[in-house]
Every structure is written in structure tokens, then in C-alpha cells.
Ligand binder design. Sequence first.
Ligand SMILES: NC(=O)c1ccc[n+]([C@@H]2O[C@H](COP(=O)([O-])OP(=O)(O)OC[C@H]3O[C@@H](n4cnc5c(N)ncnc54)[C@H](OP(=O)(O)O)[C@@H]3O)[C@@H](O)[C@H]2O)c1
Length: 261
Amino acid sequence: MGLTYAEGMSKSKLLKKKNIMVMDTSEEKLLKLHQISHFDAYRDLEECVPEADVIFIAVKPHHAEKLFFTINPLVKPEQLLISIMAGVTIKSIKDLTGLTKIVRAMPNLPAKIGKGLTSYVASSDVTRIELLTIESLLDTTGKSVLVSDENFIDASTGISGSGPAYVFYFMQSMMKAALQMGFSENVSKILVSQTFTGAVELFNQNNLSPNSWMKKVASKGGTTQAALDSMEDNNVGELIKEAAFAAFDRAVEMGKEEQHV
Ligand SMILES: NC(=O)c1ccc[n+]([C@@H]2O[C@H](COP(=O)([O-])OP(=O)(O)OC[C@H]3O[C@@H](n4cnc5c(N)ncnc54)[C@H](OP(=O)(O)O)[C@@H]3O)[C@@H](O)[C@H]2O)c1
């Protein structure tokens, strides 16, 4: 994910490659990184953290405490830190790094192809002008949404953060049905993926609700209505809502666990 953002920022021409320093602990990864992406790659935080205006953290949450412990003596108060780690709160980042300008962001996987959605929240020390810079940086991987408090970061984990997996789940079920109807794997894939692409593009190009679109596809007593009735009878809509809340609850829980490390 860290590399995804570095590449997004560099491709958008918002930042020159020479102004992006990429850091990882693995020598092997750094070598690959340098060869493939031509970023200045570093193994030691001491070499790059003091030089940075914005520090972008994309390690797994369980590496956070050790990393922040190392960063603490290297940072300056004017530096801004953006974290995309799930469940790591602004308070814990402030306490561990000593920094006060913190942005907590929640991306999703389509960021890898420039179609991501990043929700983010900033601590009160981040200025309006800095917020504009942050928005431009995050938008290099898709779109971003500024939310008013951290609870919405956990909530957006349940919708956009984990959401791509719900879509893949739905796609998988439709592909299984297509296979069972006798289509080849290849045709099943095309039938399903083009259906998703087409439906999402229709939705994006018009100002209609999902319900209005459903009504446009379904006619009374017809095939689509039979499928929609089956989903309603089986409570599928309610179950999808429950699943999103399960992810939201887990994000809140992870935040609490993180504060105990
Ligand atoms: N992937 C997603 O869709 C997604 C969505 C939302 C949020 N996030 C968040 O994004 C973060 C990164 O996820 P990811 O999937 O990109 O993880 P990842 O592939 O494991 O990348 C993390 C990288 O950080 C390196 N690292 C570990 N400790 C380090 C340290 N002290 N200093 C510098 N680098 C260090 C890791 O190296 P080693 O492998 O050698 O340890 C690894 O290369 C996570 O906190 C996750 O919660 C990810």
C-alpha cells in the first residue's frame, strides 16, 4: 500500500520521484523497489525521517509501536504524519511519536489501479492549507473523503475499506451459478465482470438510486423480479448490512486492542 501511494503521487506529477523517499526494513524489497520503481530507497529511518515534510506510514498495525518508538527522537513538530494503519488511533500516534499534526486515513485495494477511496480525518493541529495538500496526495490513488471524527474511519472500514471483498463475494456467487448453468469458466467470468462494470457505470453516470435502477431492470412477474424476490425472501439485503457492521465493529475493537500494546 505504501508503494501504491508513492507510485500514485509520482505518476500524478504532484511530486517528483526525487522528492519521494521510500523506506522498508527488508534489503531484498528495497533492491527490487529501487530497480522497478527508481525511488530513493532507504533501510534506516534515521536517513529519511529528519528530511521529510510528510511522513507516510503503511506498515501492519502490529509493527506500529516499535516503529513509532524509533521515529520519536527523529521527528520535528512541524512534520505531518499520515497513517493508513487499520485501528491505530490518532491519540496513540501522538503519544508514541510526540507529533501533533496527524492524519489517519483508510484506503481500499482499488487504490492500486487509481480507483481507490480513502477516507481520512485530521488532528486539530493540521491547518486548512495542509488539508488541501493531503487531499491532493490521497487523490493520486483515486478519490478521498474527509470525515469529521475517527468513528467514521472505523465506519468507512466497514463500507469502502473492506467493501471490495463484499463485491468479490457477490461476484464469486454469480460465477458459481453461471458455472452450474453450464457456462465455461472464461464465459462465466466475462458475464459477471461486464455485468458489474456496466451496472456501476450506469449508476455513476446518472442520478438514480439503486432501487430506481432495480425497478428499471425488473418487470412485474419477470425474471429479474423472481431473483429479487428470492433475495428478499432470504433476507440477503439485511445480511449484507450485518456483514458491513461486523467489519465496523471489528475496526473499533482493533482500535481498542491497539491502545493496550
Ligand atoms: N491492503 C489493503 O487493502 C489495506 C486497506 C486498508 C488499510 N490497509 C493498511 O495498510 C497497511 C499496510 O498494508 P499492506 O497490505 O500494504 O501491508 P504489507 O504488504 O505487509 O506492507 C507493509 C510493509 O512495511 C514493511 N515494514 C514492516 N515494519 C517496518 C518498519 N519498521 N519500517 C519500515 N517498513 C516496515 C513490511 O516489511 P516486511 O514484510 O519485511 O515486514 C512491508 O514491506 C496496514 O496497516 C493495513 O492496515 C491496507
